[in-house]
Write a protein that binds this ligand. Structure first.
Ligand SMILES: Nc1ncnc2c1ncn2[C@@H]1O[C@H](COP(=O)(O)OP(=O)(O)OP(=O)(O)O)[C@@H](O)[C@H]1O
Length: 490
């Protein structure tokens, strides 16, 4: 079989950072090929080069043995390759039909809306996407948005699709549906590159894999020839021990409490207490209400009924929650998590600004010193504390968000999917940092779609259709927890 896609000897620099250093990839026609590597290894940079969004400083890209088109010829690129990005490129204010035909070269003249809608319906039908072309894209969930993006990609004629962490925001059943679709696409001859930090997914859906480390290509193998531990050591350059979950005894002081909390359409009648020295997990499927509940606990949402108190103080919004001693990692780090133009030092230390200097003055030196400490603790890959967070790789930006939540030595901590987009090894430092904070006396709520994250919890509250249905103590099996999450068992 010929190679469908090849990148050879790619060098890409961003100022002093070498994001790709002579790296390459070669993907066989019809393969679903994984690209794996630690945060900052250069995966997204390769994606931007393979999709013609960035020009490499050196090296070349070939499609079916032919040189890639000039960067300016967007349509020629769209016919060869498409990408479903981590961050949706769908425009929420437009309808699904408009999104499908966005940027498409038309014969000129005014847009014919009726014809456009009809063509959109045809595209959706061809690719078996069961979504109304007239609805606003902003009203679609993550899963549906991805399907629209995939249909859009295929309708340009692309036979190579890159899926950049497509599962990061999906729950278990939605991931399975995505995999079903990927298998069907593969049967139709579509070649795919799949990026994920979940190695079990790589083993489930891919036939071959390339590993990048520190801007270089390390290894390519058939998936069956590369056992899990070898894959992890290719990624990290060392043997990595499995995480040891620590045991602890909760204190008596309640640091976070909710009583009779309800928010119409999201969750109902929730009572919750978190004590100092304990981690309480919140688990449930996408529609369980867990994220809505967590967002209420931090003051991002106002409940219709009930009260939340942090350290005994009732809160009404985010500032009052922070003042009462809360630290939190939001679900959508791109919107609420950090300020991209500010440096790591500034982002990571915003909540401790009042502690670092006297009379409200934060000395750049102490801010820098604290940031350097956090960069080391959380293993953030960066040029240094003065680098803007917007320039960091996705996973490293996520670490800055956690660093910020922890900076003020919070009494109560609420973290929503803190390890999303974070590599295998870095996950351990993040979970370790949460466990450290709890050992220092904080109480934490950890909301996660990942069973491995939930294992650090002393108990897990499982939500189903807006209600807490079970309080599961430590020591559960995957099967047991999933059965409760899916409403099969109580
Ligand atoms: N626009 C930019 N300006 C400066 N540096 C950048 C820019 N984009 C990427 N980098 C740097 O290039 C390196 C590679 O980043 P890249 O986003 O490709 O990593 P990644 O493998 O996709 O990581 P992740 O798993 O966290 O998404 C990182 O050190 C990053 O900080």
């Amino acid at each position: 079989m010929k190679n469908h896609v090849e990148a050879r000897n790619i060098v890409k620099r961003f100022g002093p950072t070498v994001a790709l250093n002579g790296a390459g990839i070669s993907i066989k026609e019809g393969d679903t090929h994984a690209l794996v590597g630690r945060n900052g290894a250069g995966k997204s940079t390769l994606v931007s080069i393979l999709t013609g969004l960035q020009r490499p400083d050196e090296g070349e890209v070939l499609f079916s043995g032919e040189a890639a088109p000039p960067l300016a010829d967007r349509d020629a690129w769209r016919r060869r390759v498409a990408c479903v990005y981590q961050k949706s490129t769908i425009i929420p204010e437009l309808s699904v039909a408009e999104n499908l035909f966005l940027n498409r070269q038309t014969a000129g003249g005014p847009i014919k809306w009726k014809a456009l809608r009809a063509r959109a319906r045809e595209v959706l039908e061809t690719y078996q996407v069961d979504i109304d072309a007239d609805v606003l894209a902003g009203d679609l969930g993550v899963e549906q948005r991805q399907l629209v993006e995939i249909a859009r990609a295929l309708s340009f004629g692309a036979t190579f699709i890159i899926l950049d962490e497509p599962t990061a925001q999906l729950d278990g059943p939605a991931i399975e549906r995505l995999f079903e679709r990927m298998r069907a696409l593969r049967e139709q001859g579509v070649t795919m590159m799949f990026i994920s930090h979940h190695l079990d997914e790589v083993y489930e859906i891919c036939q071959s894999v390339s590993v990048f480390r520190d801007a270089r290509h390390i290894r390519t193998a058939e998936i069956d020839d590369l056992p899990h531990d070898e894959l992890v050591s290719a990624m990290t350059g060392e043997a990595t021990a499995t995480y040891t979950y620590r045991s602890r005894t909760a204190g008596t002081g309640v640091v976070l409490a909710a009583k009779g909390l309800s928010l119409t359409g999201r969750y109902e009648a929730v009572d919750l207490t978190v004590r100092s020295g304990e981690i309480v997990g919140l688990a449930g499927s996408g529609s369980s209400g867990k994220v809505g509940l967590a967002e209420t606990l931090v003051g991002l949402r106002r409940p219709d009924k009930g009260v939340v108190s942090v350290n005994g103080t009732p809160i009404k919004d985010v500032p009052s929650a922070l003042k009462a001693g809360l630290g939190f990692v939001p679900q959508d780090r791109h919107h609420e998590g950090f300020v991209p133009l500010l440096s790591i030092a500034e982002n990571a230390t915003i909540p401790i600004a009042h502690k670092l200097g006297r009379f409200g003055f934060v000395s750049p030196a102490s801010r820098r010193a604290r940031a350097v400490e956090m960069i080391k603790d959380l293993d953030i890959k960066t040029e240094g504390p003065d680098q803007p967070v917007g320039d960091l790789s996705g996973g490293n930006a996520q670490k800055v968000v956690l660093a910020r939540a922890l900076a003020d030595d919070p009494k109560a901590l609420v973290v929503i999917n803190p390890t999303a987009g974070v590599d295998v090894k870095a996950k351990q430092s993040l979970l370790g940092a949460v466990e450290d904070a709890v050992e220092r006396g904080a109480g934490a709520v950890l909301v996660s779609d990942e069973l491995d994250d939930l294992r650090v919890c002393d108990r897990v509250l499982v939500m189903f259709h807006g209600r807490v249905v079970k309080d599961v103590p430590r020591g559960w099996s995957d099967h047991e927890l999933v059965a409760v999450m899916e409403g099969i068992e109580q």
